[in-house]
Write a new protein. Structure first.
Length: 352
């Protein structure tokens, strides 16, 4: 099905051959996750190139592709361009410059051009297998958060908390973390992406934790803010506003919604509460093989529309310099009639 959709897109855009070098896109098309791989799609052939380290793995794993062993994919691509009589070859804009220079020197008789988000656009809508893997990645993060609530206390460092979460997610079945875990306590919680430091958590601190994991190559991404010992009135106020913004989007997000509306619904809650200037980032992003992928959202994006099967984040926040900040982030599966929240860790105001 993935190849069929890609081929239809190539035909529609009159592309004779399409070169894939991005590892995530190669995994998406083939299920191969080794370090040496190049994929070429022509009008009649699906070709997978790798070196001798991975040939047998590829043959046992990959279906619907010719497996060709080579340590020089550019020479092979040049031969194929002659034998298959390409008029053009599209490649991903993420190809590295050295590879592009060699490719352009070798292929002087065909039209080479880059594409932007060509496969990412197909990857936006997840199939049932992808959704199940993301669902499990979220479940692992949910359980790890419940466990870390028992671990956090005054005197623990932010790095202690980050390390606890990272190891706990692996113990629960994750293959790794999906990005460097953010733990920002006290005044540092006003930093939207403050990396964990040796700062010790103190009584009365807000603690914002942004974390996630990979499960069978698919990512989760969740944020929760908790309070240690007590919570001040100003921070309790902004917590409730952020929680309302997060919930407002969950209640209304669905297929057919514009990206601008997706951005505006929670932003309006924060703006009407008087904190527009303290919400300093986008409302969310796509999630899948990468923890940050398209779509991204802004007020100017009246097209395109959300589609059923997209997995996106909902992450409003308010940040008060020299006081602290709050962010709540969930992963949402968009459906025809609404959305399903995949991250189910507690998000009521928690004081531990």
């Amino acid at each position: 099905m993935r190849l069929e959709k890609l081929r239809a897109k190539l035909t529609a855009e009159q592309i004779d051959s399409f070169l894939v070098t991005d590892k995530q896109n190669i995994y998406y098309l083939t299920g191969f996750s080794g370090t040496a791989a190049t994929v070429l799609l022509t009008k009649t052939r699906n070709i997978f190139m790798t070196d001798s380290r991975y040939t047998e793995m590829a043959r046992s794993l990959i279906k619907d592709f010719e497996i060709i062993e080579t340590r020089d994919p550019i020479s092979l691509l040049t031969e194929l361009s002659v034998s298959e009589q390409f008029k053009n070859m599209a490649f991903e804009e993420t190809v590295d410059y050295a590879f592009f220079k060699r490719l352009s020197r070798s292929m002087t008789k065909i039209d080479l051009f880059s594409t932007s988000n060509f496969l990412l656009e197909l990857r936006q809508v997840k199939d049932s297998d992808e959704i199940q893997k993301i669902r499990q990645a979220c479940a692992i993060a949910d359980q790890a958060f419940r466990e870390v609530l028992k671990f956090i206390e005054p005197g623990r460092s932010e790095i202690d908390v980050a390390n606890f979460l990272d190891f706990k997610m692996r113990a629960l079945g994750a293959s790794g973390i999906s990005f460097e875990t953010v733990v920002a306590s006290g005044k540092r919680s006003a930093l939207p992406h403050g990396v964990a430091t040796h700062k010790l958590i103190e009584f009365g601190d807000p603690v914002t934790i942004d974390f996630g994991c990979y499960y069978h190559h698919y990512a989760s991404d969740m944020t929760r803010t908790i309070f240690v010992g007590e919570v001040s009135d100003p921070l309790a106020e902004i917590y409730n506003i952020v929680h309302q913004a997060n919930t407002t989007l969950i209640e209304q997000a669905k297929a057919g919604m514009t990206y601008a509306t997706f951005d505006e619904l929670p932003r309006a809650v924060i703006r009407e509460a008087g904190y527009a200037a303290q919400f300093t980032h986008g409302i969310g992003h796509g999630l899948g093989l990468e923890v940050h992928e398209i779509p991204y959202f802004s007020a100017a994006m009246t097209q395109p529309l959300l589609k059923a099967g997209m997995v996106v984040t909902d992450e409003p926040g308010i940040y008060l310099p020299n006081q602290g900040g709050v962010r709540i982030e969930d992963d949402l599966l968009i459906t025809e009639k609404g959305c399903e929240v995949l991250t189910n860790a507690p998000k009521e105001l928690i004081v531990i």
